[in-house]
Design a protein around this ligand. Structure first.
Ligand code: GDP
Ligand code: GDP
Length: 435
């Protein structure tokens, strides 16, 4: 399970700047896809070394937000109360304010482990800035500049040291496809999971070793083995408090991290909402294989179906490599096709490549359309080799690769996708200068 770190602080101290610094550390691999909401309160920090963790920007802790923003802020505050670690962010230029004191009181009550982060210390005396907050009484305080990425590495070391050790994960069975059903509340996740578990004469068993929070169920279907990873849908809705259980973004991110194939459920009658796009963005960032399950198809008239088809293909154009399956969780229709799509996505995501076939694909793509000349220089692509699965990753060696435009990476992506018949999985390229 991913541990979680919450950023807490009054407005304008630089929380979202720090959030970006933490969640976009592997810039090269996280592309900006049009259609993905980047205005997020939740992200995952992935480091070259050290386990990933969820970062929560609690946004307006002041609590004056209304409507949806208020709901998000409330959820963020609740998440901070459950976070493994809180980063209390303050402004090193402005010094302590009354609002900082309020937050200090709140944090004492919340009783979570806290690191004090004194931000905006670029170009000022960091020690004096730290001293200004000494009366807060935190043993661990860090002077950083989120905007200039100064002090972030030391902060990250301290964060990693304080996160709980990796709990014992249930043993992984390589023959089992790990699937997570994710999506907003009320799209029909529990209905679907209950339908899947109920209709099949299969062996459904709670996987031993999982904690209360991490519920997984093993499933055999059409001669294949699956492990359904923790989602709200897996919880039995017998108890009242479970029935009203809130949509948990942290749990969604955790489920995405643990799965190989994420099935994002969308309510056909509501189309693709911002929250759907945000969950999709999390799947893309994690590089997981993706299947879109468009649920409640039964409730639509022919006219509505046509409208919905048009809307979906527009809104989901940025993930047009993913299969969208129309289902009705209520009636159990489309499930066979859904599992076929899961199987295909998993097959593509874990396909093994030889260096020879990858280099050959690169040569053909390069000859058909070499990269554009930038300021008199043309990037050269020499050879490629496989660099990992789930998602399939291709390492391309060459020269002047810094001037490769994103459109060219997209061209390579589409070319490789087509050539290797990859469906339902993101594809990544890593560019390496020289041999
Ligand atoms: P939030 O309201 O706490 O999320 O704060 P923001 O991240 O939106 O930052 C508020 C303002 O402070 C913005 O104008 C940022 O550019 C600026 N800022 C954030 N971090 C730094 C920093 O490390 N140094 C300086 N000089 N400015 C910063
Ligand atoms: P969850 O919050 O994502 O787990 O959603 P639920 O499974 O609790 O479903 C939310 C509501 O949508 C319930 O009232 C379901 O009966 C209804 N629902 C779920 N699947 C379907 C479906 O395929 N068709 C229709 N018409 N309603 C559905």
């Amino acid at each position: 399970m991913l541990p979680s770190v919450a950023l807490v602080g009054r407005p304008n101290v630089g929380k979202s700047t720090l959030f970006n610094a933490l969640t976009r550390t592997r810039d090269a691999l996280v592309h900006d896809e049009p259609g993905v909401t980047r205005d997020r309160h939740y992200g995952v920090c992935r480091l070259e070394q050290g386990r990933p963790f969820v970062v929560i920007d609690t946004g307006g802790i002041a609590g004056q937000e209304e409507g949806l923003a208020g709901a998000t802020a409330r959820q963020a505050r609740a998440a901070a109360e459950e976070a493994d670690l809180v980063l209390f962010v303050v402004d090193g230029r402005e010094g302590a304010s009354a609002l900082d004191d309020d937050i200090l009181q709140w944090l004492r009550k919340a009783a979570r482990p806290v690191l004090l982060v004194v931000n905006k210390t670029d170009g000022i005396d960091a020690r004096a800035a730290l001293a200004e907050f000494a009366r807060f009484g935190y043993a661990d305080s860090f002077a950083v500049s989120s905007a200039h990425r100064q002090g972030i590495d030391d902060l990250l070391d301290a964060v990693l040291e304080r996160l709980p050790a990796d709990a014992e994960e249930p043993e992984e069975d390589p023959g089992r496809v790990r699937v997570a059903f994710v999506g907003r509340p009320n799209v029909g996740k529990s209905t679907l999971v209950n339908r899947i578990l109920g209709e099949e004469r299969m062996i459904a068993s709670d996987v031993p070793g999982t904690t209360r929070d991490s519920i997984a169920v093993d499933l055999e279907r059409d001669g294949r083995s699956y492990r359904l990873i923790d989602t709200a849908g897996l919880r039995r809705k017998s108890r009242v408090d479970e029935a009203v259980e809130k949509f948990s973004i942290v749990k969604t991110l955790q489920a995405i991290e643990e799965c190989q194939v994420a099935v994002i459920m969308i309510d056909a009658s509501e189309g693709v909402t911002e929250q759907d796009a945000s969950v999709l963005g999390a799947v893309l960032d994690a590089g997981r294989a993706l299947v879109v399950a468009v649920n409640k198809w039964d409730g639509l008239s022919t006219y509505q179906r046509e409208q919905t088809e048009a809307l979906l293909s527009r809104k989901l154009a940025f993930v047009n490599w993913a299969e969208a399956v129309r289902i009705s969780a209520r009636h159990g229709s489309g499930l066979r096709e859904l599992f076929r799509a899961i199987h295909r996505a998993h097959g593509s995501a874990t396909r093994q490549f030889s260096t020879a076939e990858v280099t050959r694909a690169l040569e053909i793509a390069y000859e058909a359309s070499p990269p554009p000349v930038v300021r008199g220089h043309a990037p050269k692509l020499r050879f490629a080799h496989p660099g990992g699965e789930n998602p399939p990753t291709f390492v391309v060696h060459g020269s002047r690769l810094k001037s490769l435009p994103p459109t060219y990476t997209r061209y390579l992506e589409n070319f490789f996708r087509k050539r290797f018949k990859l469906v339902g999985t993101p594809v990544r390229f890593v560019f390496k200068e020289g041999d």
